[in-house]
Design a protein around this ligand. Structure first.
Ligand code: B1M
Length: 210
């Protein structure tokens, strides 16, 4: 049986080599990739978050944990998604201006790709103007905004306002998400959808984007 605690602890202890080995071992034992992601890597990153909050871990260490987690996700990636069929819509995704968190956003992008959407991942710290430009250029029918900080969540509203001002709002559905984002917040700022995690984001994207 897979010891998810060991995966969490190894991530928190920043032992990347051992972490990647434990992820591979878990797969070899037949543990589903989704379980390794949620009960191992994401649960471990939550502990990192708590330690960061309590000042038991600092930014360079958190970055190392984030990098190790990213490598773990790369191993799981081919096994996480649903089968891609035909393109089921075109999505532009990015983390809003002022926010540099990208692990969750990348997971969402990956799951959406696996669900058959064409995904343009713009990266982090994206201005409202750039989102509008990319939606126009890519003729996207879905705009996905991620924010992890309470201080950058208002930038989601500013981005939606910019889409409205550009005249593109009728052509594009907007989904928002990120650790502090809630359905109530999404409703408040005029988003079409909110998803709490990458799996449900991909399902909602499929429904909205096709
Ligand atoms: Co940051 N950070 N961080 N950080 N960091 C948090 C978010 C924090 C909760 C930690 C804490 O204090 N407990 C806290 C925010 C508090 C708040 O605003 N209420 C925080 C802070 C304060 C900060 C800084 C301000 C710290 C400082 O400098 N003093 C700073 C800000 C930098 C900036 O962005 N301008 C900062 C910096 C960093 C690092 C650069 C060191 C690093 C990011 C590295 C990277 O992303 N490449 C980092 C990290 C790693 C974290 C924690 C520990 C982990 C985030 C993560 O990757 N989680 C985080 C604590 C935590 O969340 N537990 C924290 C794993 C990931 C899979 O989950 O991103 O939630 P998540 O994504 C989920 C869902 O939210 C959802 O699906 C994903 C997968 O299921 N989702 C969507 C995400 N986007 C979605 C979009 C959707 C739908 C669903 O639709 C479009």
């Amino acid at each position: 049986m897979t010891d998810f605690n060991a995966i969490q602890e190894t991530l928190v202890n920043l032992d990347e080599a051992r972490l990647l080995q434990l992820v591979k071992d878990a797969l070899d034992q037949g543990t589903p990739a989704g379980g390794i992601l949620n009960k191992g890597l994401i649960a471990g990153m939550d502990i990192v978050g708590e330690k960061m909050e309590n000042e038991d871990m600092f930014i360079p260490e958190v970055l190392m944990a984030a990098q190790a987690m990213g490598k773990g996700v790369e191993i799981l990636k081919p096994l996480l998604g649903e089968d891609a069929t035909s393109a089921r819509g075109c999505a532009v995704i990015g983390t809003v201006k002022g926010d540099l968190h990208d692990i969750g956003k990348n997971l969402v992008a990956m799951m959406m790709e696996s669900a058959g959407l064409a995904v343009h991942n713009l990266g982090v710290d994206i201005t409202p103007e750039e989102f509008v430009k990319q939606v126009k250029e890519k003729q996207a029918n879905l705009l996905c905004l991620s924010a992890l900080l309470t201080t950058t969540m208002p930038m989601m509203k500013q981005t939606i306002d910019a889409v409205v001002e550009s005249g593109l709002r009728d052509q594009v559905k907007i989904m928002v998400g990120g650790a502090q984002v809630t359905q109530a917040f999404a409703d408040d700022i005029g988003a079409d959808a909110f998803a709490p995690d990458a799996g449900s984001a991909a399902k909602k994207a499929k429904a909205l984007g096709s």
